[in-house]
Design a protein around this ligand. Structure first.
Ligand code: SF4
Ligand code: ZN
Length: 313
């Protein structure tokens, strides 16, 4: 986030004839804001994104994927403040130290906002992530992504939620888009939209923070005294998405607004073309022969993962 010049006043306070000092500068929005108006700006921006993409209404029951990190907790806090019916869902991945610390923070936050947090233990469902990584020879993050998607979907249905909201921010979305563009991965590019409709046993999935940067989410959490896990998961080291994030942040420093433009122009200009392409080549979804959950194969990836873990023990 760019530095503030000494003595800069809050843009909104100034317009109202007040003289509050700004403590945040958002160069790509040309806004200097005081704490109160930054929080207001953040929540309004999330609400605007929810409306722009018709994500959900106040009648929907929303399940927020909570990791204990700043993004998911900032999202949960915002939805709660905006009056949405949003509860939390935490998957204990069984990663030593990291999972224990993040779980505690997720529980503390759910108590603070007095909303239920559903907790699922991967150890009880299959095995902890480090065990899955060893017995399947699959990178931890790839197995972890599959596991999170599967259990979020399964439990959202079982618990009666019609929407799954995740805390993916603009930096996440721009980095993934950058990676998928480098390899022109059409299969993934055509799924890169802030709303994935409910279909074939998949619950509707939304990303209300897709136009909020990582730094803005961290500031929002800080200003609201939200305690979140401040260190990365040990498996995140060396992930290519982190390199892409750094590259894009360097560009952003020089040309504020690059990330937002890259992402929103994709949504406006490229996504509709890919969507058309998808209609012509839709993949057949069936039900897993073992667990009944939706899958593109006979047996879903989680049931195959379970078989591998069982064989490895
Ligand atoms: Fe899972 Fe990888 Fe994220 Fe760790 S870094 S929580 S293993 S996806
Ligand atoms: Zn299955």
């Amino acid at each position: 986030m760019a530095k503030l010049k000494k003595g800069t006043r809050c843009t909104i306070c100034k317009a109202k004839g007040k003289k509050e000092k700004a403590i945040v500068f958002l160069p790509h929005h040309r806004l200097a804001l005081c704490k109160k108006h930054f929080i207001e700006w953040f929540e309004k921006r999330v609400e605007k994104t929810i409306k722009e993409f018709k994500m959900f209404s106040r009648k929907d029951k929303i399940l927020v994927a909570v990791s204990g990190g700043k993004d998911s907790l900032a999202l949960w806090n915002t939805l709660n403040k905006l009056g949405y019916e949003a509860d939390g869902f935490y998957i204990d991945l069984g990663i030593p130290e990291y999972s224990e610390d993040s779980k505690k923070l997720a529980i503390t936050f759910s108590e603070r906002i007095k909303r239920p947090l559903h907790i699922v233990s991967l150890k009880e469902e299959i095995a902890p992530i480090p065990v899955i990584e060893k017995s399947t020879n699959r990178p931890a993050c790839s197995a972890c992504g599959t596991v999170k998607r599967y259990y979020m979907n399964k439990y959202a249905k079982e618990l009666g939620y019609s929407i799954i909201a995740t805390g993916h921010n603009l930096d996440d979305e721009a980095a993934v888009l950058f990676g998928n563009t480098l390899s022109w991965d059409i299969k993934y590019l055509k799924r890169q939209y802030p709303v994935l409709e409910e279909e074939n046993g998949f619950v509707r999935k939304v990303k209300p923070l897709c136009k909020i940067t990582e730094k803005e989410a961290a500031l929002y959490a800080f200003f609201n005294n939200i305690e979140y896990i401040e260190y990365e998961c040990p498996f995140s080291e060396g992930a290519s998405s982190i390199e892409y994030k750094e590259l894009l942040s360097q560009l952003e420093e020089k040309h504020p607004g690059t990330k937002l433009q890259f992402y929103t122009n994709f949504l406006k200009k490229m996504y509709p073309i890919l969507k058309e392409h998808e209609k012509k080549q839709s993949e057949e979804v069936s039900s897993c022969k073992i667990c009944g959950e939706p899958t593109f194969w006979d047996i879903c990836s989680i049931c195959r993962l379970k078989e591998k873990v069982a064989a490895g023990n």
